[in-house]
Design a protein around this ligand. Structure first.
Ligand SMILES: Cc1ncc(COP(=O)(O)O)c(C=O)c1O
Length: 496
């Protein structure tokens, strides 16, 4: 029988006060995961309330999955868990029409503020610079400029520095790709690579199939190139839904597909190899190019580097885009594209856009990849992100409304949080800003205004300040969800 939460006169039951106090101690860390809390009798003595009141409170704590009763032993604190987003079922009745992208001024204003350094950085997709080897890179930048004074001050070729392309070609082996340095074009970051790819394979008015939810910068690029979008649902575990894509290819004039294959932004999922192969073969059958964003590929928590879809490309139709922005230095603007049969077009567009990628940063990144201990650095970065992601998930479990569900990222640094329907992410974002907290609201990640109850959070930085911000955000979400009872909402979220 469910416990009554309020007395007839509206006042809380005494046992709720006990629930509140114990929950507060658990969430504050006084009782840690796996520890036994005092027995019912001991607690009744300490709090000077009846044994029955404590028994009712413990039953409620069990309902809340904060503790579990173990026969003959007592009550133990459970780990904080938050439900994972379930798999999406393929649904061929999804709206697969080609739509215009219109990102309004309000959305652009939100996007501009997401990485405001004055705010608690819960919204950013950028790496935490403190975790990057910037000292070593900057030293290499200076040393390389000294070693190649003329080259570093000259225009490079549109294709990019040869030493760098050799290093990238070696690294690509770990993604299952055998690519010669001549097949690689260096770009100013991954976004330039994707936008060159869109320009090379599409003409204004064409439709591009893209995952949903998706990194908003791609929607922005699609809008500014005068393209339309066909949104394909992304499964939180397996990535782009290939069955729906197959259906879409039959019913909409799709000219290209964009997919973030490894550690997707915002869902963090990896497309399994069999799906990558299916995707590449499906598109090859119709001669449709795949623009693959693999910028997070080196950031898997398990340590092993997943294959790139490019590894399955036999027709030269995969344009693989990536950069060192997430692993070394976003400010260096060093990325690349392996464009297959579109390489000549890409290089012509690159030359037209900015002639070439700046030489000094190419030299420095090449040298770092050759001698700087990139693999060692990656091991430490992955480990840190893995730990911080667990801390972020645990904090969301403690502070957000009970029906909240989250993604299960296998790598990268972002977490997708789906709150109860009543929570409006745009309002939550506005309220969070007033408290100096940045959070990326779900509607930014789609053209149709969906995901109104979702936010993307960043695990790239973890500190007491960030943890406090998650608690405050959870409290705001609880209020918005109408969770006014401690018996249904985490205790310290209510008081944060
Ligand atoms: C999927 C994805 N691609 C590309 C980028 C940006 O890459 P770059 O800084 O190399 O242009 C981001 C940054 O958040 C991203 O999430």
């Amino acid at each position: 029988m469910p416990l009554q939460r309020r007395r007839r006169d509206g006042k809380p039951h005494l046992y709720e006060d006990v629930v509140d106090r114990i929950a507060h101690m658990i969430k504050g860390g006084s009782f840690r995961c796996g520890e036994r809390i005092p027995s019912i009798r001991a607690m009744s003595d300490r709090l000077r309330v009846s044994v029955n009141t404590v028994a009712a409170a413990y039953a409620r704590l069990e309902d809340l999955r904060l503790v579990e009763a173990r026969p003959q032993s007592g009550f133990y604190v459970l780990p904080f868990e938050v439900a994972a987003l379930g798999a999406r079922r393929p649904d061929a009745r999804e709206d697969i029409s080609a739509r215009e992208v219109t990102i309004g001024d309000d959305a652009m204003a939100i996007i501009r503020r997401l990485s405001d350094p004055a705010l608690v950085p819960l919204a950013t997709g950028a790496p935490n610079t403190a975790l990057l080897p910037y000292r070593k890179l900057n030293a290499l930048l200076a040393a390389e400029a000294r070693r190649h004074p003329v080259e570093s001050a000259s225009y490079g070729s549109p294709r990019g520095n040869k030493h760098l392309r050799q290093q990238i070609s070696r690294r690509l082996l770990t993604a299952g790709c055998s690519v010669a340095p001549e097949e690689i074009t260096v770009t100013c970051g991954c976004v330039e690579a994707v936008s060159l790819a869109l320009r090379a394979v599409c003409r204004p008015g064409d439709a591009v199939a893209i995952g949903s939810p998706v990194y908003y910068t791609f929607l922005n690029a699609i809008q500014h190139l005068g393209l339309k979008v066909v949104e394909i649902p992304t499964d939180p575990r397996e990535g782009l839904d290939i069955d729906v894509l197959r259906f879409a290819l039959r019913h909409a004039p799709v000219r290209a597909v964009v997919a973030i294959t490894n550690f997707d932004n915002p869902l963090g999922c990896v497309m399994p190899d069999r799906n990558k192969q299916r995707l590449v073969e499906l598109l090859a059958a119709d001669g449709i190019p795949l623009i693959e964003d693999d910028v997070y590929g080196d950031l898997g928590f398990s340590g092993s580097r997943p294959a790139s879809a490019k590894a399955f490309d036999r027709a030269g139709l995969v344009l693989q885009c990536a950069s060192v922005s997430k692993t070394l230095a976003p400010g260096y603007r060093v990325g690349w594209i392996v464009a297959g049969r579109f390489q000549a077009e890409i290089e012509a567009l690159k030359a037209l856009t900015n002639i070439a990628t700046p030489s000094p940063t190419q030299l420095a990144v090449a040298e770092f990849l050759a001698t700087g201990g990139y693999d060692r650095h990656l091991r430490s970065l992955r480990r840190t992100y893995h730990v911080q992601m667990a801390q972020l998930r645990s904090a969301v479990a403690r502070h957000f409304p009970p029906a909240t569900r989250v993604s299960l990222p296998a790598g990268g640094s972002v977490l997708w949080v789906e709150m109860p329907d009543r929570v409006d992410a745009l309002k939550l974002h506005a309220e969070a800003l007033k408290h100096g907290i940045a959070v990326a609201p779900g509607p930014l990640f789609t053209v149709g205004g969906d995901y109104r109850n979702c936010v993307r959070l960043s695990a790239s930085t973890w500190s007491p300040r960030v943890e406090k911000a998650v608690a405050a955000l959870g409290a705001m979400a609880c209020r918005a969800a109408g969770e006014d009872s401690v018996a249904s909402c985490p205790a310290d979220a209510r008081t944060a």
